[in-house]
Design a protein around this ligand. Structure first.
Ligand SMILES: Nc1ncnc2c1ncn2[C@@H]1O[C@H](COP(=O)(O)OP(=O)(O)O)[C@@H](O)[C@H]1O
Ligand SMILES: [Mg+2]
Length: 302
């Protein structure tokens, strides 16, 4: 039973004065157990609408979705998910400790397990020191980290995070990425939305690109990064660049030079280099990034 199954999901909002907004059109997706899935799209693409449907906050206009085989909105589906909403807000007169206790009770956890698990998630999100202060005094990043802490409290097998890195400083972003990878190692399934491409490249197994309410494509991230290699930037020593008249030498100094070798010429270049006692000082793949791909797709849609 897949953690997430979405079938022909559509959502139409009726705004003010009956204005119709088609937020999602016929979206299909399966996410398998143990996957880290990135849901990438520009603002207004339909990411939060999809996520709110998954956690049962809103009802679809058409189509359906299920979590571990149970229809979204059902208590049996909800209890298996840790959910971080976009822009989480809390009763700010509570302390983090009190808030987590409340969440633990809602999930039916025992007093003992609430104590143990809240200590664990506070520590994980570096909130231990602030745990007994009212949330009112927290920075934006601390509120976001508390949002992740409450999602992890009942140790669910599926995590759904709506823009988990937003509002975090570089240290906080690195922490969240590390936690996502740790959760994956524990066999959890993570589905998160973002508009930041680097976040996807670093932690996701697959990425779904959504724009204008439609899933444009679903890709294996490793494949994109690999197939995207267009050539290699190399720094060479030990032989003269004169032996390579077909290559544009980008930099040359005493004893070394550098150039870019197209993927198709890689083998021939290396053979000639080694035949002339040349050495590689540095080599780096030059790839067509996920960013270029993403921008192409967004361009076609708009
Ligand atoms: N409650 C609502 N009423 C009317 N329109 C909405 C509502 N929520 C979202 N929308 C619209 O639906 C579209 C998708 O929004 P959303 O799912 O929040 O996108 P994302 O999370 O990708 O930025 C946008 O055009 C947004 O303005
Ligand atoms: Mg959103």
């Amino acid at each position: 039973m897949n953690p997430i199954e979405i079938e022909s999901l559509s959502k139409t909002y009726r705004g003010r004065r009956g204005k119709v907004v088609v937020a999602l059109k016929d979206l299909n997706l399966s996410v398998a157990a143990g996957e880290v899935f990135g849901f990438l799209g520009p603002n207004g693409a339909g990411k939060s609408t999809t996520i709110k449907t998954l956690v049962g906050q809103i009802r679809p206009t058409n189509g359906s979705a299920s979590l571990f085989g149970q229809p979204t909105g059902a208590a049996g589906a909800r209890i298996q998910v840790g959910y971080l909403p976009e822009n989480p807000t809390f009763y700010d007169f509570l302390t983090a400790q009190e808030y987590l206790t409340m969440i633990g009770r809602i999930f039916g956890m025992s007093t003992e397990s609430i104590r143990f698990e809240s200590e664990r998630v506070l520590e994980l999100m570096t909130l231990t020191e602030a745990a007994r202060r009212p949330i009112r005094g927290y920075s934006k990043g601390m509120v976001q980290r508390l949002g992740i802490a409450q999602a992890l409290l009942h140790n669910p097998d599926l995590l759904i995070f709506d823009e988990p890195m937003s509002g975090l400083d570089p240290v906080g972003r690195a922490l969240v990425k590390q936690i996502i990878l740790e959760l994956k190692q524990q066999g959890k399934t993570i589905f998160f939305s973002t508009h930041v491409i680097a976040d996807v490249e670093e932690v996701c197994d697959r990425v779904g690109i959504i724009a204008a309410g439609k899933m444009q494509t679903v890709l294996n991230v490793a494949d994109v990064l690999k197939s995207g290699i267009e050539g290699y930037s190399v720094k060479v020593s030990g032989c003269s660049s004169d032996l390579f008249p077909d290559y544009k030498i980008s930099k040359q100094e005493d004893g070394w030079w550098s150039t870019t070798v197209p993927r198709a010429q890689y083998r021939g270049f290396m053979e000639q280099l080694f035949a002339n006692d040349g050495q590689i000082e540095f080599i780096e793949p030059q790839r067509r990034s996920l960013e270029a791909l993403f921008l192409d797709i967004i361009d076609q849609v708009s």
